[in-house]
Write a protein that binds this ligand. Structure first.
Ligand code: SF4
Ligand code: SF4
Length: 91
């Protein structure tokens, strides 16, 4: 089973607002955009058109890799509120 197949088995309950908030001023000056490369769920995408970092927070696996990898410490990171977010195993 490849990663896309595994991701397709997960369940998400989307929060109403993003639990991942990048500092767009820092992101605009970023030269490596490591968040795009470390995120297993492809949550981050730099948009040249909008000149901002797009965040598909609904797909977040809550692994924390982006927060650790961003050397600019741009991302304000928390878990989704209440019981929102990803479910790895359904009971
Ligand atoms: S979150 Fe960090 S790594 Fe990603 S674009 Fe912003 S500054 Fe760069
Ligand atoms: S916590 Fe993990 S899955 Fe969520 S955005 Fe960061 S790297 Fe991607």
């Amino acid at each position: 089973m490849n990663i896309d197949d595994l991701l397709a088995t997960l369940k998400y309950k989307a929060d109403s607002e993003s639990h991942l908030i990048p500092d767009q001023t820092k992101c605009a000056k970023c030269t490596n955009r490591v968040c795009e490369h470390v995120c297993p769920a492809c949550v981050y995408e730099w948009s040249e058109e909008e000149h901002k970092l797009l965040v598909a927070f609904e797909n977040c696996l809550e692994c924390g890799a982006c927060k650790i990898a961003c050397v600019q410490k741009s991302i304000a990171w928390r878990y989704p509120s209440d019981s929102k977010g990803v479910t790895f195993k359904s009971s």
